[in-house]
Every structure is written in structure tokens, then in C-alpha cells.
Design a protein around this ligand. Structure first.
Ligand code: NI
Length: 149
């Protein structure tokens, strides 16, 4: 049976610096460019959370959007808004790329929502950079290093 999904939009502002201790200062500069600036920089992140009811609407299903809003606010917005992403414990050993951030947001949300409800997480970082992840409960996200401009 056809089942539509719903996407809600959330926002937070956060600072970060792309840097890894696995590389020398010169290599960091070469890989990350101006995003390796020691003073860091900020983004107005937009998070797009797509969910789908696990029970068909015809059978009384539907997504509890108030619960979704509460979950995203508690797990994501409060955690990151006006924070330095590099200081988040989850980023202690990985760079704060959009790829890694969207995976972390997925991780934070999937365990707090009804099983099977979360369909996709999108993350707009800059005008031209959009990241997304549509994983599954059984699929642990593979965190990797990357770079953005
Ligand atoms: Ni950046």
C-alpha cells in the first residue's frame, strides 16, 4: 500500500574546524584549506528529518509530529545549537565534516524514535553543500573523514 512520508525542518547554528590529529599541520592545511583555520568558523545548519508511519494510515497509523519535534529538539538542536562541534565527545576522534555530522544525527534520532519510522536525515551546511543518510537499524554507519568547501 502506498505510504507517504513527511519531512520536518529544524535549524541550529554551530562552529567547527576541520582538522585531524592524524595529519601534520601542513597536511591538514592542504586537505581542509580555509576550513582548517585555527579560529574555526560557523554554519547555520538545516536538518531535514524524513519519517514514515510504521502503521498504514488506513489502519489508524500516523506520525506523532510532536514527539518527533521533541526528539529532534532534545537530541540534536539542544546538543549542537551555539556549540563548538569539535568539543562534542562524539567528535573527539573524527572530523566534524557534514558526512560525519549527518551520520551522528541519524544515530542520535534512530534510537529515540519508533523502530522503522526514521527514513532519512538531510543536512544543509552551506548554500551548495547538502549531506544525507538513509541507513537502517541493522546498519551501523561507517564514519569517515572528508572535506567540505
Ligand atoms: Ni565548515
Amino acid at each position: 500500500m502506498a505510504q507517504a512520508s513527511v519531512t520536518r525542518r529544524y535549524r541550529f547554528c554551530a562552529a567547527h574546524r576541520l582538522h585531524t590529529d592524524h595529519l601534520s599541520p601542513q597536511e591538514n592545511q592542504a586537505v581542509f584549506g580555509k576550513c582548517n583555520n585555527p579560529n574555526g568558523h560557523g554554519h547555520n545548519y538545516v536538518v531535514l528529518v524524513t519519517v514514515k508511519s510504521t502503521v498504514p494510515i488506513a489502519n489508524g497509523g500516523g506520525v506523532d509530529l510532536e514527539r518527533l519535534d521533541r526528539t529532534v529538539t532534545d537530541q540534536v538542536v539542544r546538543r549542537f545549537d551555539h556549540h563548538d562541534l569539535n568539543r562534542d565527545p562524539k567528535f573527539a576522534d573524527r572530523t566534524t565534516t557534514g558526512e560525519n555530522l549527518v551520520l551522528l544525527i541519524w544515530d542520535l534520532l534512530v534510537k529515540c524514535l519508533p523502530v522503522g519510522q526514521l527514513e532519512k536525515v538531510g543536512l544543509i551546511e552551506t548554500r551548495d553543500n547538502y549531506f544525507e543518510y538513509a541507513g537502517s537499524m541493522s546498519q551501523a554507519p561507517v564514519l569517515r573523514e572528508g572535506h567540505h568547501g
